[in-house]
Design a protein around this ligand. Structure first.
Ligand code: DCP
Ligand code: MG
Ligand code: MG
Length: 737
């Protein structure tokens, strides 16, 4: 019977791609409305990549089809498209060509990413096909897919487990909007199978956990195995929890981390801490009650809702084409947006393996030599989205770098690189993200605004990353060195028009010293300087480069008092410490609000005592009170044991305890005494060395805290008054000792 095709809208949940016999098969799970969930199977999509037209036919005989398309490679001539029945065949031919010295183009893009990007599917999609009922779901095979705008109501469930010492499961709690199910009592086998029944019945789209893959689902899988129950939590079979090792160099060490991932067909697995971190949300390090799974699941769901993780993830998915749980993926996001537009322009890109490595270290931002000292009335300016706005102003783009249609089409940057004014893709992508960030700011959603800001910056960043097929030191340098130039000319301009001195600047920020008696005029001046400089830059860029400036210098704040510490204790050489300062803004009630950058108070490896001490010292310095008495009193209180609860060091374990053999750092020494592995070590320095808070036995080493917490903090400020911590303290001991 013939059935007319119908169209429905839905949002991508999970996606999978594998060879199934003679064909490559893509499976997508999607959430529609109302309550409808769909499984989309694609067997008629053929994996593809490209090769030069000059490659002999015999070399590509394994392809199901070879088609000359009107496409060229960015580096050389015409390209043909090769179609394959399976992913394996595609990879095999790519390897064969490469081994025989033929270039290949985009052979490292997997069919799933290709399928979605070519259809411009970023989260939302319109599906046209012949849907059939399949159990509780709708199934559709080989439909027509296009990008859409639809967003369903997702069903989210937080999952938390109670375990025994041996990691066997005591209880599993599932929290949903308005309901909590605690599954407990009976055998572990019973708990696990009741949990699966609960999942099938409630049928959530999203499973949320704290360390979702690495802890919750990993243990559930292990216990399923122990109890001989199939580990199947999805809308169809194929649930997996897997780990991989990721190495990364850090200073002289290589750190290997185990990264866990979970794939549950039809259900998105979200790790809440990773999601919060992506949105720079402060709840990232909050403490949950992990001893009570029911309370824990409720808390996880509450944080998930309060922090608006889901709406932000939806927005991000719609802007990057990555699935909802995705947290990184700058390169994949960039390709998802860029490649289809590049193809439409008639070009194919190279493989990532074929990038040209840089000839010298890549340029970064320009950092001014700071002049240390205490200042009155400092204005802070900062460019809004500097790198993205440089990309827009100077049309910086991989395609535009290669293909310029004559002199009229050429735009040249301040550093001498040239781009096309018309063959341009990235500036347009950035323009859309800019609008998205503005909308998020407008809607008072700072987390989404930050997430889009970072995404935009990562799109400038990938051009300088050798993991990206569009890597080029010329492209990346065009952004960063133009940024340096813009900062320098802006500083010169501001000094000229204001008659004041710029005391510090970093990448895109400018600190202007107004001096005494300017508090009433500061805010007005800040606004007018930022406006005037923006206008001047617009004119300057137009005149000199015929460029349309997208640069905007924001007036950020007015520090009533401002301090830059010296580079070295004593600080006689007049050098300041880069990226370190403390500023005090004053609110309408005259209350001082301190901002620390780089300094001890802004770092989480310093004790609470050091932070409070520094905070108080700056309040005193900024309000013209003496410092000495307070310093001496704090030292005495410390020695009397009054501040013991403020002496805890906290440090994350970066690698497993056993990988330290020589030079065991203090936090690892403390962790070893604990006996059980922990992620965050909380410890004291005692007369017997580092000891964890939970197993403190020796008296605290107050001299250590005086020398390494109070001393450095005091000295960086005392320098300004010509004094010194050791002398101050020993003077005391001479008097009273
Ligand atoms: N930058 C970077 N990597 C970072 C921080 C910054 O590449 N970790 C670059 C990109 C930015 C520029 O430095 O454009 C300036 O940094 P800002 O923090 O001032 O960020 P933006 O100017 O992009 O955004 P904002 O509008 O918030 O100032
Ligand atoms: Mg900025
Ligand atoms: Mg900045």
């Amino acid at each position: 019977m013939y059935m007319a095709d119908s169209t429905f809208e839905c949002f991508l949940l999970t996606a999978n791609c594998r060879d199934n016999g003679p064909r490559c098969e893509i499976t997508l799970w999607a959430a529609g409305e109302p309550g409808a969930r769909a499984r989309i199977t694609v067997t008629d999509f053929r994996p593809v990549f490209f090769c030069p037209r000059t490659v002999p036919a015999a070399e590509t005989a394994a392809a199901a089809e070879r088609k000359p398309l009107p496409m060229r490679s960015l580096s050389s001539g015409d390209a043909d498209c090769l179609y394959f029945n399976t992913y394996a065949a595609m990879q095999q031919t790519a390897r064969h060509l490469r081994d025989n010295g033929y270039p290949v183009f985009e052979s490292d893009i997997n069919p799933l990413a290709r399928y979605l990007m070519e259809r411009m599917v970023s989260g939302s999609m319109r599906v046209t096909g012949n849907p059939r009922r399949w159990g509780n779901f709708t199934a559709v095979v080989n439909p027509h897919l296009r990008g859409g705008t639809f967003v369903p109501n997702f069903r989210a469930m937080a999952v938390c487990i109670d375990t025994n010492e041996d990691e066997s499961i005591q209880a599993i709690s599932c929290a949903e909007e308005g309901a909590v199910h605690k599954i407990t009592g009976g055998s572990e086998r019973r708990i696990l199978s009741d949990f699966m029944t609960c999942l099938m019945k409630q049928d959530p789209d999203i499973l949320i956990g704290w360390k979702a893959a690495g802890f919750t689902l990993r243990i559930i899988r292990e216990r399923c195995e122990k109890n001989d129950i199939p580990f199947e939590l999805g809308r169809e079979k194929g649930s997996r929890v897997a780990s991989s090792e990721r190495s990364r160099s850090w200073r002289t060490e290589t750190i290997t981390r185990t990264v866990w991932s979970a794939k549950i067909p039809g259900r998105v697995v979200m790790d809440l801490p990773s999601m919060l971190r992506t949105y720079n949300h402060p709840a990232d390090d909050c403490r949950l009650d992990f001893t009570d799974s029911e309370a824990c699941a409720k808390d996880i769901l509450k944080i998930f809702n309060d922090a608006e993780v889901l709406p932000n993830a939806i927005e991000r998915s719609r802007r990057t084409g990555q699935t909802l749980e995705s947290v990184g993926g700058s390169v994949a996001s960039f390709e998802h947006l860029y490649l289809p537009r590049l193809h439409r322009a008639g070009f194919v890109a190279n493989d990532t393996a074929d990038i040209t490595m840089p000839s010298q270290p890549l340029a970064g931002g320009y950092v001014l030599e700071p002049t240390p000292g205490l200042y009155d009335n400092v204005l802070v300016f900062d460019f809004k989205s500097l790198y993205p706005s440089i990309v827009m102003s100077f049309m910086i783009d991989p395609l535009g770098f290669k293909v310029i249609n004559g002199d009229d089409d050429k735009i040249t940057t301040p550093i001498g690189t040239s781009f096309s004014r018309t063959n341009s893709i990235l500036p347009e992508i950035i323009r859309e993200l800019m609008a998205g960030r503005a909308a998020a700011t407008e809607q008072k959603n700072p987390y989404l605004s930050t997430a889009i800001k970072l995404l935009m910056n990562s799109f400038a960043g990938v051009l300088g990353s050798t993991g990206c097929r569009f890597f080029s030191e010329h492209l990346s340098g065009s952004i960063t060195k133009t940024g340096q130039h813009i900062l320098k000319i802006s500083i010169e301009h501001i000094e000229k028009v204001s008659g004041k001195k710029v005391i510090y600047g970093d990448t895109d920020s400018i600190f202007l010293d107004l001096g005494k008696d300017m508090e009433d005029k500061a805010a007005e001046l800040g606004k007018s300087i930022s406006k005037e400089t923006g206008a001047w830059l617009r004119e300057h860029l137009k005149e000199k480069y015929d460029a349309n400036s997208a640069l905007e210098l924001k007036y950020e704040c007015h520090f009533r008092r401002f301090f830059i510490p010296p580079l070295r204790h004593g600080g006689t050489d007049g050098q300041g410490t880069k990226k370190h300062y403390c500023g005090a803004a004053v609110d309408s009630n005259g209350k001082m609000e301190l901002t620390f950058r780089g300094m001890e108070s802004a770092r989480n490896d310093w004790t609470d005592l050091a932070k409070e001490f520094q905070h108080e010292l700056f309040i005193k310095l900024f309000s013209g009170q003496p410092l000495e008495e307070y310093i001496i009193a704090t030292t005495e209180h410390l020695q009397r044991g009054d501040y013991d609860d403020k002496l805890i060091y906290k440090k994350r374990m970066r690698k497993s305890m056993d990988s330290y053999t020589v030079n065991v750092p203090p936090h690892v020494q403390a962790a070893k005494l604990l006996g059980t592995p922990v992620r965050l070590v909380r410890y004291y320095i005692t007369k017997d060395g580092p000891q964890p808070v939970e197993k403190l036995s020796a008296p605290l080493d107050y001299q250590h805290y005086i020398d390494s917490q109070l001393g450095p903090v005091a000295d960086s400020i005392l320098w300004w008054t010509g004094k010194n911590f050791d002398k101050l303290i020993s003077g005391q001991q001479d008097l009273f000792g």
